[in-house]
Ligand binder design. Structure first.
Ligand code: BGC
Length: 551
């Protein structure tokens, strides 16, 4: 029905339009609006049938939430072999407490970009950043693992050399936004690539080690990689630093995922091979919810378009939920629906351009741009039609295009909201829950934030309350903060050990003094006894002398 609302807006624009417009132009527009109205009426059934697939009732979303939660429980207990949601431990020891300080390097490898940042952290001050951004070339993303890590190491060393920091042995926090099996803060084995990366020889390998080796091969910089984290973990940590608290860190960008605090005793599978003892009662868990649906357990939310996307993807059958929700596939989904509407002659009179028929030629940013158009102007929409080489389109075509963008992205928002509500319902904390969200798909879409907020409210367990905060650059800040936390915890540990050593020495000194006192006391006692004995002897001698004299 939204199409008719749009039509009403267009009508008002026409009605209140510039009275200076020549009457012929206004007449042309009136005729077009009339045609559009009747066309929409005729076509609404077929359009509705195509779009109905993307509409999800709250009952369906709740069913999905329950399946997701079951998978999360199984993931904690049995990991990826037993569940499609891996629930990976992060080994992050603590959230920031505001006392972090120093200079750190943060590296962020997420979608197609690599960022290297130098972060200066001072308590109570905004972080100061110098950063270097680069797009990873295709040959690194799709070549061999060593090519990819050599590229990353080169970018890091170039930047450090340029900033004259290559020999400072700076601590590095590395945000690596792909699922990794961590056995410690700095040991992480890649479980699988997502988001279209296919670099060979990395799955099953320790990524920290691969990066360290590449830095050594480059040979120009001295750094220490102190932690590897997922971007959702970084988002949580950055939000906790900025807002003082965070219960859930979510990314809705090229991919989607979330992290939250879980009771350590429930993390069975992930803790089996831990490098060291983890002494805290809770740990941040990287859920990897993007894998939900990988064993066909979510068929009821999959459309024919999702199946095509999956089949044509770099990793078929992998990260199903990622493909339904995140920006990597959203544009392509819209394109597939548009293609279908063209084939059924509902759109563009059946004349799709060559580009519209080409996979990958409708980037996700088009959706946000189209939905940003003010009612009536359609400047962005016209520009996109131009870019797609569609010359022959009517006003109703623009409305339908907008409607497709709405419905596809709204499904994504509803699924994301259901996943968020699912995790929030698992958190036992009673007071207001803070959800930190980052990611281009969420940020640049004009309605995503509103849709997600409203849907989470509908799906959350009664009595629970939440607020959403949007974090800027959680991956970068989070990586630097983790490095700072590691440094702080290490310093605290060193101090604890020093204090322990000092206490031990003091105790030994006290014992020695005590023994010395006992020894002295004993000597004095002996001396006293000796003197007493001398006295007695003297007395005895006097008595015997006296008795001798008397006899
Ligand atoms: C990855 C996650 C990541 C998410 C957001 C997904 O494809 O599996 O590890 O957090 O994308 O970047």
């Amino acid at each position: 029905m939204l199409g008719f609302l749009e039509l009403a807006v267009a009508y008002r624009t026409w009605r209140d339009g510039n009275p200076e417009d020549p009457p012929s132009a206004r007449k042309k527009l009136r005729n077009e609006l009339r045609k559009t109205a009747s066309k929409l009426e005729e076509e609404s059934i077929s359009l509705e049938s195509v779009m109905a697939e993307f509409k999800l009732s709250n009952n369906t979303l709740k069913r999905m939430m329950s399946h997701m939660s079951d998978n999360m429980d199984r993931g904690l207990e049995k990991g990826l072999p037993g569940s499609t949601i891996a629930m990976l431990p992060s080994f992050v020891p603590e959230l920031p407490d505001g006392t972090e300080r120093g200079t750190y390097v943060a590296m962020d490898l997420g979608g197609t970009n690599l960022r290297v940042m130098i972060m200066h952290i001072e308590p109570g001050e905004p972080m100061r950043t110098k950063q270097f951004n680069t797009r990873i070339p295709d040959k690194a993303m799709h070549g061999s693992g060593s090519q990819l890590f050599d590229y990353i190491a080169k970018a890091l060393c170039d930047f450090l050399v340029e900033k004259d920091l290559a020999d400072q042995d700076l601590p590095v926090g590395f945000t690596f936004s792909y699922p990794c099996n961590q056995t410690g803060l700095r040991s992480a084995t890649l479980l699988r690539w997502t988001k279209g990366v296919t670099a060979t020889g990395v799955v099953g390998k320790d990524v920290v080690q691969m990066l360290e080796e590449a830095i050594k091969r480059d040979g120009r910089a001295k750094v220490e990689i102190v932690a590897l984290i997922n971007d959702t973990v970084g988002t949580m940590v950055a939000a906790a630093y900025e807002s003082g608290q965070c219960d859930l860190g979510v990314i809705i960008g090229t991919g989607t995922n979330a992290s939250y605090l879980e009771d350590t005793k429930k993390i069975v599978y992930g803790m089996q091979n831990a490098d060291d003892d983890y002494l805290h009662s809770q740990m941040i868990i990287d859920t990897e919810w993007g894998g939900f649906g990988d064993r066909n357990e979510a068929e009821y939310i999959i459309t024919q378009y999702d199946k095509i996307i999956d089949k044509r993807s770099d990793h078929p059958g992998v990260n199903t939920f990622d493909k339904l929700v995140a920006g990597m596939c959203m544009g392509e989904l819209v394109r597939l629906v548009l293609e279908k509407l063209c084939t059924s002659k509902v759109l563009f009179n059946g004349n799709a351009s060559k580009l519209l028929k080409t996979p990958g030629k409708f980037p996700t940013k088009y959706i946000s741009e189209i939905l940003h158009d003010e009612g009536g102007s359609y400047t962005n929409t016209r520009q996109i039609m131009d870019e797609l080489g569609i010359e022959d389109f009517t006003f109703s075509d623009m409305l339908l295009l907008r409607e497709v963008c709405m419905v596809v992205s709204r499904r994504s928002a509803n699924l994301a909201a259901a996943a968020i509500a699912c995790v929030l319902n698992r958190v036992s904390k009673k007071n207001l829950l803070t959800v930190a969200i980052d990611g281009s798909t969420y940020k640049y879409h004009p309605f995503f934030d509103h849709w997600v907020t409203e849907k989470v409210k509908e799906l959350l367990d009664p009595g629970k309350e939440f607020k959403i905060v949007q974090t800027g650059d959680g991956s970068g800040k989070g990586a630097a903060l983790i490095a700072a936390i590691v440094f702080r915890v290490k310093k605290a540990e060193e101090k604890r050990k020093q204090d322990e050593e000092k206490l031990k020495l003091e105790e030994e000194k006290r014992k020695l003094e005590e023994m010395e006192n006992i020894r002295k006391e004993k000597l004095m006692e002996e001396e006293r006894a000796r003197r007493y004995q001398d006295l007695l002897n003297y007395g005895d001698e006097r008595i015997s002398e006296r008795s001798n004299q008397l006899s």
